[in-house]
Design a protein around this ligand. Structure first.
Ligand code: NAD
Length: 411
C-alpha cells in the first residue's frame, strides 16, 4: 500500500473521532501548492544533466511551511505529497508554529560528485527561491541531503534575498546551525520511549531494545537509551544485523561505524542476524529507524516485542497496525516519535531570527519539555477516548490544524 493511502487511513480515523465535516476534511487533505521544476546542472565532464525537483506545500494554517528535502531515486510527487501532509500533522502534534511541506529531487546522490551535488542544489534554489523563505517555507535535511546541502541552500538563497539564515534549518553548526540539531531526532525517540515505559509501569533499567537502522536516527537513539541503562540487544543497517542478548556495546558499534564510512559491516560485537530476524526478536521494545513499510502483513504476526516506537517515517502498514492492535502490541506513531528533529529545527529558526545562541543544555531541556508535553497529551487522549496512540496523535494534530483553519477564517 502506498504511504499516501496509509496516512489517509490514519487521517480518516482521526477525522471520524473528531466528527469533522466533509468540507473540512477536503480542505485539510488538499495541498495548498504543488510545484514540479526542471533542475539543470553541469556535470564535471561538461555534459548537462536534467533532473526533476518537487516541493509540496501542504498546509500553512498554523504557520510557515516546514519540511525536509529528499534526494533519492524513488522520489516522486506521490511520495512528496504524502510526506508533506505528515509534516503538517507532526508540527501540530508537538504544537510548534509551523505548517507542513516536503520537497525532493529524483536522483541518486551517490552517483554525483560533491561539486555536482552543489550545482544541482543551487539550480533547485534558482527554480524555487520565490516559493520559500524564513516566513514562507523552510526546508531541512532528509534522506540523501545533509547539513552541507543546507549550507548551499542558504548561500544561494542569500544571492537573491540577502543574509537570511532562517530560510533553511539543519545547517552546519559552524554556518548558522545549532548544537543539538543533529542528535535531536534520535534523542527525541529515546525521550518518548522512556515516557511510554514509565506510563506503562515498566522499569527502565535493563529494558531490552532492538533497533533497525544505524544512521542518524538509529545511532542517537541507541546512545540515548544506552545512557538511560536500557539494554540494546540488536542493531542493524542495510548490510545486516547484530544480536547480543547481554547487550551490544553501543559505543563500540558507534566507533566501528565511524571507522567504516558509517557502516556496521564487519562489526564483531554480536552474532550476525538478518534484518527480518531483528524485527521478530524477543525483546521489550522494537524501534524501526530505517525505511518505511518494514512492518507489514507478511511479518507483523511474527513480531514479539510488546512495544514499537516508530522512529522511521511510516514503518508500519495499516494491515500490520491492525494485527498489532489485535495482539495488544503498543505502537508509538512516527508523527510523535520522530518529531524531535523538526522541534530542534524550530529552535534553530528561532535563534537565527534572534541572532542569538542558546547552548546545548537549553536545546536539550526545551526538547524534553516539548516532547514530554506532546506525549502526555497524546497519552491522555488515547486513554480518555479509548483509541490507539496513533489515532490519538492524529486527533491532536489534525484537530489543531482544523481549529486554526476555523479561527483564521476563510474569507
Ligand atoms: P540515514 O540515511 O542516516 O540512516 C538510515 C539507516 O538505515 C542506515 O544505517 C542504513 O544502512 C539503514 N538501512 C537502509 N536500508 C535498510 C534496510 N533495507 N534494512 C535495514 N536498514 C537499512 O537516515 P536517518 O536520517 O537516520 O533516517 C532514518 C528514518 O528516520 C527515515 O525513515 C527518515 O525519514 C526518518 N526520519 C529522520 C529524521 C532525521 O532528522 N534524520 C527525522 C524524522 C524522520
Amino acid at each position: 500500500m502506498k504511504a499516501t493511502t496509509a496516512n489517509q487511513i490514519s487521517f480518516r480515523q482521526a477525522a471520524d473521532e473528531l466528527d469533522l465535516s466533509e468540507t473540512m476534511r477536503s480542505l485539510l487533505l488538499t495541498p495548498k501548492r504543488e510545484v514540479q521544476v526542471q533542475v539543470v546542472a553541469e556535470r564535471d565532464s561538461g555534459e548537462i544533466a536534467t533532473f526533476i525537483g518537487y516541493r509540496v506545500q501542504h498546509n500553512d494554517a498554523r504557520g510557515p511551511l516546514k519540511g525536509g528535502l529528499r534526494y533519492h531515486p524513488d522520489v516522486d510527487l506521490d511520495e512528496v505529497r504524502s510526506l508533506a501532509a505528515l509534516m503538517t500533522w507532526k508540527t501540530a502534534v508537538v504544537n510548534i508554529p509551523y505548517g507542513g511541506a516536503k520537497g525532493g529531487i529524483t536522483l541518486d546522490p551517490s552517483t554525483l560528485s560533491t561539486r555536482e551535488l552543489e550545482r544541482v542544489t543551487r539550480s533547485f534554489v534558482d527554480a524555487i527561491h520565490d516559493l520559500f523563505g524564513p516566513d514562507v517555507d523552510i526546508p531541512a535535511p532528509d534522506m540523501g541531503t545533509s547539513a552541507e546541502v543546507m549550507a548551499w541552500i542558504m548561500n544561494q538563497y542569500g544571492k537573491y534575498r540577502g543574509f537570511a539564515p532562517a530560510c533553511v534549518t539543519g545547517k552546519p553548526v559552524e554556518y548558522h546551525g545549532i548544537p543539538g540539531r543533529e542528535e535531536a531526532t534520535g534523542r527525541g525517540v529515546g525521550i518518548v520511549t522512556l515516557k511510554l515505559l514509565s506510563r506503562l509501569g515498566r522499569k527502565i533499567p535493563g529494558t531490552t531494545v532492538a533497533i533497525q537502522g544505524f544512521g542518524n536516527v538509529g545511532t542517537h537513539t541507541a546512545k540515548f537509551l544506552r545512557d538511560a541503562e536500557c539494554r540494546v540487544v540488536a542493531i542493524s543497517d542495510a548490510s545486516g544485523g547484530y544480536h547480543r542478548a547481554d547487550g551490544i556495546d553501543v559505543l563500540e558499534a558507534l566507533r566501528h561505524a565511524r571507522e567504516h564510512r558509517g557502516r556496521l559491516g564487519g562489526f564483531a560485537g554480536g552474532d550476525m542476524i538478518t534484518n527480518a530476524d531483528l524485527l521478530s526478536l524477543d525483546c521489550d521494545v522494537l524501534i524501526p529507524a530505517a525505511l518505511g513499510g518494514v512492518l507489514n502483513a507478511a511479518n507483523a504476526e511474527a513480531v514479539r516485542a510488546p512495544i514499537i516506537i516508530e522512529a522511521a517515517n511510516s514503518p508500519t502498514t495499516p494491515e500490520a497496525d491492525a494485527i498489532f492492535s489485535r495482539n495488544n502490541v503498543i505502537v508509538l506513531p512516527d508523527i510523535l516519535a520522530n518529531a524531535g528533529g523538526v522541534t530542534a529545527s524550530w529552535f534553530e529558526w528561532v535563534q537565527n531570527r534572534q541572532h542569538y545562541q542558546w547552548g546545548i543544555n537549553r536545546v536539550r531541556q526545551e526538547l524534553d519539555r516539548i516532547l514530554g508535553e506532546a506525549f502526555e497529551q497524546v497519552w491522555q487522549l488515547s486513554s480518555s477516548r479509548q483509541v490507539s496512540l496513533r489515532t490519538a496523535a492524529y486527533m491532536l494534530g489534525v484537530g489543531r490544524v482544523a481549529q486554526a483553519t476555523v479561527l483564521g477564517g476563510l474569507a
